[in-house]
Write a protein that binds this ligand. Sequence first.
Ligand code: 5AD
Ligand code: FES
Length: 346
Amino acid sequence: MISLIDKLYHERALSYDELYMLVENRNKELSEYLFEKARQVRIQYYGHDVYMRGLIEFTNYCKNDCYYCGIRRSNCNADRYRLNREQILNCCNIGYALGFRTFVLQGGEDSYYKDELIADIVSTIKAIHPDCAVTLSIGEKSYESYKMFFDAGADRYLLRHETANCNHYSKLHPANLSLENRKQCLYNLKEIGYEIGCGFMVGSPFQTIDCIVEDLLFIKELEPHMIGIGPFIPHKDTPFANKSAGTLELTLFLLGIIRLMLPNALIPATTALGTIHPKGRELGILSGANVVMPNLSPTDIREKYMLYDNKICTGDEAAECRMCLQNRIESIGYNLVISRGDCVSI
Ligand code: 5AD
Ligand code: FES
């Protein structure tokens, strides 16, 4: 198995069967070896720098009904909110003062925000903060809409593919959503010129090792700039309320593999990882991750953006999370840097 990690390190790729073997036979010793290699690679490209993205969760209205997600349309217990243009701009100003140079506007698929409004918000942020990158994470849209946001100045787009296996996709989503369209969106975003991010949940219901291998091979083929993976965590008001959460152990192992597959990628240590273990994000960094995405949303709406139960930081001000993360990252010998945090070339 160690030789498979060496092969992945040198060739940045493994076959389906090799990936399957690696994931299936993982153990503590193998993980340690993998993480050591993953750190070596990330230090080669990014040194000990950790980039931060300010996450602005601007709406929890969503027209979709994904079975895993706490803000799904059918969840009538969700207390819905929308931030207006001024509130979003205000979050960016607060974030800028705290050293954020990337803002991620994330929300449910909410048709209240017409394309023109999104484009206007993006271009206004870029006008006020020309040294910042704007990332959108607002789901599946038409080619034309994506193009309009890009022309307005959006630099990046995050759209997790959720699973690269069609059958698995249909077990996580209602029939009106398809993996085919999801993938098409990602290819469209790439063609338009965005830096793109895909990703999936680790340990989502019905996920098998085959699904994971397909995810890894899809990521390798797509070659996104960013890959967001975090454990699935059940939400009490969803059809998956009684399913078990993904593990820290498997999430870290996959972070390490992804670092070796895409050496210069931007890989966040996600909030979900920090939710399932008190040191989850630090362990994520030590397994190959190089990005953190603290929340910049106003505290009064934070706990309403509950994709899963027990999400961390819902009571903390942006400045508190910023300092908390800085301490955590410095405690493991890394530095939180003030930078757009662009992907370095290979
Ligand atoms: N557990 C973990 N992650 C989740 N997401 C949505 N619901 C959950 C959950 N219950 C992730 C999805 C989505 C991202 C914004 O959050 O992967 O793409
Ligand atoms: Fe939010 Fe630690 S990152 S309180």
